[in-house]
Write a protein that binds this ligand. Structure first.
Ligand code: BGP
Length: 468
């Protein structure tokens, strides 16, 4: 029997400014750290991306035609403030007004993210969020947007604080490319949740229009052998790094005893000391019940086993299956049963992990109010033929996750929408243009869009609310 989703459910598509817009030097846009980092470390750049800067009317028309009634878009901070602060760039402001007007025309609800990995270069090079001054610059940028873009109903402060810290300071695949620095990792998490809390407090104090929340990547962590206490501990510690530290700060306004015990253990083994101030917790506490929603980005789960050797993370950027490695001293090592399916980039496909994660939030953070699944999707080496892509594997992936969401709702979780990553093909931060996710195939040379088989399938689900 097919599973149903509620009548008022949002069937959305997700994008991010830097991965979609292109036009990185157009109309006064300021540089971001990624511009230089991609030039120096990867085989591609953010040009042309999906040329969303010019193609957005085409993409929004496709949304309307395919029953997609929500879109995640991020504002590029450096289009509004090319240097991160100071003078406003009117051309950037105008672009987003035009984009939001087009959303309205096509009856697609925009969910707007203020920061999706793209801190302006001027601020990134002086420490990004490790530098507390930049929290104030972020707040000024947020305040400007709240007051300027009154047509927006849903605001997200940050996309994925966890992977930012991980990419920048643990794996080194994001600028500034630092590895195994746990002090910077946790400090970045802390300072960014603090910036989020300050933005939420400001939003509510000034009574701005709309709702506000945050988007977290929440990969579920399981012990490889649930009967081995070392594996159980490894799963707990990896969960603290990626999920629990951030969720605690956001929804409890403090770090629980177990969280701090885990963090202190990690810092003892790997070195480092955190700057956590009393006044930070006042802000966090004031904001903890004010989040209107939590966005969950869910792609994968991980299984962990105990590990005490040297740190080694190998990032699989090219889709060479089985080439990744993740093992951290005194924390754990990723090791999953071979029978569990995974993508060519070694992301483990496990829909039940989403169900477990939703119920973990419900159990541990009962003040979460409501959840949107703000990203989920399959990165695949799509084959373009007959002017389309027969992406049955993607349909299967989405189906399994929508079914699990339907179950979660039936079992009492408040999940209000789903945004497939990605609406159209975009480039992937650390994997380039070959890792595609879209419902619409993008020929990056001509910028023409072609609906994939999954787009027709998704349209039917959005129309009938039945997951077939
Ligand atoms: C999330 C990001 C997105 C997107 C997605 C897919 O972490 O919010 O911006 O890139 O993951 O990841 P990837 O591009 O690495 O495959």
């Amino acid at each position: 029997m097919s599973k149903r989703l509620p009548e008022d459910f949002i069937f959305g598509g997700a994008t991010a400014a830097y991965q979609a817009e292109g036009a990185t030097k157009t109309d006064g846009k300021g540089r971001v750290a990624w511009d230089t980092f991609l030039e120096e470390n990867y085989w591609y750049t953010a040009e042309p991306a999906s040329d969303f800067y010019n193609q957005y009317p085409v993409d929004l028309k496709l949304c309307e035609e395919f029953g997609i009634n929500g879109i995640r878009i991020s504002i590029a901070w450096s289009r509004i403030f090319p240097n991160g602060y100071g003078e406003v760039n009117p051309k950037g402001v105008e672009f987003y007004h035009k984009l939001f007007a087009e959303c309205k025309k096509r009856k697609v609800e925009p969910f707007i993210t203020l920061h999706h990995f793209d801190t302006p270069e001027v601020l990134h090079s002086n420490g990004d969020f490790l530098n507390r001054e930049n929290i104030e610059h972020f707040l000024n940028y947020a305040k400007f947007c709240f007051e300027e873009f009154t047509e927006v109903n849903y605001w997200t402060t940050f996309n994925e604080i966890g992977p930012i810290g991980e990419g920048q300071y643990l794996v080194g695949k994001f600028p500034p490319g630092i590895k195994y620095d746990f002090e910077k990792l946790f400090q970045s998490h802390h300072n960014m949740v603090l910036a989020h809390a300050k933005a939420v407090n400001l939003f509510k104090k000034n009574g701005y229009h709309g709702e506000i929340g945050m988007v977290c990547a929440l990969p579920t962590k399981y012990p490889y052998d649930p009967n081995n206490p070392g594996d159980v501990r490894a799963a707990e510690l990896d969960d603290i790094i990626h999920n629990k530290f951030i969720l605690d700060a956001t929804f409890k306004g403090e770090y629980s005893k177990e969280t701090m015990e885990g963090v202190n253990h990690i810092l003892k083994v790997n070195g480092g000391k955190l700057d956590l101030r009393e006044e930070d917790f006042e802000e966090l506490k004031a904001a903890k019940d004010l989040n209107d929603f939590l966005g969950i980005n869910y792609y994968m789960s991980d299984w962990m086993t105990e590990y005490d050797g040297e740190n080694e993370i190998v990032h699989n950027a090219t889709g060479n299956k089985g080439s990744s490695k993740y093992q951290l001293k005194g924390i754990g090592q990723r090791k999953a049963n071979e029978s569990i399916p995974r993508t060519d980039w070694d992301w483990i496909i496990y829909p039940k992990g989403l169900y477990d994660q939703i119920f973990r939030v419900k159990r541990d953070y009962p003040n979460y109010k409501k959840i949107y699944i703000t990203e989920n999707g399959l990165g695949y080496k799509d084959v373009f033929e007959d002017n389309t892509v027969y992406d049955d594997a993607r349909i299967d992936y989405i189906r399994q996750h929508l079914e699990i969401i339907s179950d979660a709702i039936k079992d009492g979780a408040n999940v209000k929408g789903y945004f497939l990553w990605s609406l159209m093909d975009v480039f992937s931060w650390s994997n380039g243009y070959e890792k595609r996710y879209g419902l619409f195939y993008v020929d990056f040379e001509t910028q023409k869009r072609y609906p994939k088989k999954s787009a027709y399938w998704y349209k039917k689900v959005a129309e009938t609310k039945e997951v077939e």
